[in-house]
Design a protein around this ligand. Structure first.
Ligand code: UT7
Length: 330
């Protein structure tokens, strides 16, 4: 008897997107209570006016569940139709069990496969790439991809280099089968030689020894240089890999890291003015793996992103790692 192999759909597509942000709005004026800064400096250097931090009762799990339910509703599917759950997060503060397994159970999936990935701010695009492969290989028909962070809980609020930047939220997408191409090839990679550029400052043992929790550290200028050089070109290569020309692109939604990084990418990509650019960093800050799906959800809700639009997304961050693809808006 010959060994059987799975066979999946010809193509995959994003069927629905959802998002959830915490209720607590933290504006730049409030930031001056924690660090020596100003509203003017933060707006000029990043574009951030306000961000969201979790309040009592809000967690990375509750935000993930809210975002996932919205994505399923927008896709018009039941939890029992989800075959795999992928959660990208650096904010789930235990290594096991995965947040994905908890989400799969609380959503009442029919025992969907579930795993977390650690790809920081590139996590949503890493998740989509895996979902695309699972659907096309036949390993899953429908995959729930979540990017969720509560960075406010692992950021040193007295650190002038990071406190004003990071925020909380969750975004989700359902990826399912398609008869026509609706997700371009992933362009991705890593540079672990720069692992220390964004990193947690102590491991568990050191946390116990020092009695201090582990928090994010970042060398902002080094990340900025990498993002405006190498990553801007990776965005160009991602668009090229999709087979689309800049004229055929409707939307550009990079990781909401810093508006100046987005501006620099735009100069490099030479996109026509008809392309709508995601800039939700203004109201939601930089919430890592959640930033792209939160931006997509907001742009769909506002009518800036329409069904059938082509959208270039690219995430980049701690690792250092990056991933991007062109998707079709559901
Ligand atoms: O999402 C994961 C990936 N992360 C990123 O993509 C972040 C990339 N990096 C950045 O976005 C920027 O590096 C930051 C927004 C984090 C910082 O902006 P910067 O322009 O690189 O600031 P800097 O560290 O070069 O500091 C410039 C000036 C300095 O003053 P002088 O020496 O020019 O007088 C700092 O002392 O700004 C001052 N400064 C601040 N002022 C007010 C530094 N931090 C602050 C602050 N508030 N929080």
């Amino acid at each position: 008897m010959a060994l059987k192999a799975s066979q999946g759909a010809a193509y995959s597509r994003v069927e629905g997107i959802g998002a959830a942000v915490p209720s607590r709005v933290v504006d730049n004026h409030e930031m001056t209570n924690y660090i020596e800064t100003s509203d003017e400096w933060i707006q000029q250097r990043t574009g951030i006016v306000e961000r969201r931090w979790v309040a009592e009762g809000e967690t990375v799990e509750s935000l993930s569940l809210d975002a996932a339910r919205q994505a399923m509703a927008h896709a018009g599917i039941e939890a029992s139709e989800v075959d795999a759950v992928i959660v990208s997060t650096v904010s789930h503060l235990v290594q096991t069990p995965s947040l994905a397994a908890i989400i799969a159970a609380k959503l009442d999936t029919d025992g969907a496969a579930a795993f977390d990935i650690s790809a920081a701010c590139a996590g949503f695009s890493y998740g989509l790439a895996q979902a695309d492969s699972l659907v096309r290989s036949g390993a899953a028909r429908r995959v729930l991809v979540i990017g969720a962070e509560t960075l406010s809980q692992i950021t040193d609020l007295s650190d002038r280099a990071t406190a004003f930047l990071f925020s909380d939220g969750a975004g989700a997408a359902i990826v399912g089968p398609s008869d026509v191409p609706a997700m371009g090839p992933v362009v991705w990679g890593s540079d672990g030689h720069q692992a220390d550029v964004i990193a947690m400052n102590r491991d568990w043992n050191e946390a116990v020894e020092t009695g201090q929790t582990s928090q994010i550290t970042m060398q902002g200028q080094a990340v900025f240089r990498w993002a405006t050089g190498f990553i801007a070109d990776a965005a160009r290569r991602t668009l090229e890999a999709s087979g689309l020309t800049p004229d055929e692109l409707d939307l550009f939604v990079p990781h909401q890291a810093n508006n100046r990084i987005t501006d620099s990418m735009l100069r490099h990509l030479k996109l026509p003015e008809t392309v709508t650019v995601g800039r939700t960093i203004r109201t939601f800050g930089n919430n890592s793996a959640a930033s792209i799906p939160i931006a997509l959800d907001a742009m769909i809700a506002s009518g800036e992103a329409k069904s059938g639009d082509t959208c270039l997304i690219i995430g980049f961050g701690a690792g250092l790692v990056y991933a991007g693809q062109v998707i079709t808006i559901p």
